[in-house]
Ligand binder design. Structure first.
Ligand SMILES: [Zn+2]
Length: 78
């Protein structure tokens, strides 16, 4: 098993309003730090999570775009 996160010497890989992604060069752990949630992942787990969230986001964006288009088409011109 890997060392506990408290001993990790993480570097910030990405940072934004949603949170931060940190990586430990010693044990390879990826730390996903969100405002109310913190996840410790392996690189492959982060990859799968990213793909999963990306897929859901694309579906939601497509649905929203379709809904906006339908609403726009249903609105009177004046
Ligand atoms: Zn570590």
């Amino acid at each position: 098993m890997t060392a506990s996160h408290s001993t990790c010497n993480c570097v910030v890989l990405a940072s934004g309003s949603a949170g931060r992604v940190l990586g430990c060069p010693d044990c390879g752990a990826i730390h996903l730090a969100l405002p109310n949630l913190s996840l410790r992942l392996k690189l492959e787990e982060l990859r799968e999570l990213s793909a999963l969230v990306g897929k859901a986001q694309r579906l939601l964006d497509d649905a929203q775009a379709r809904l906006s288009k339908d609403r726009a088409a249903g609105l009177p011109l004046h």
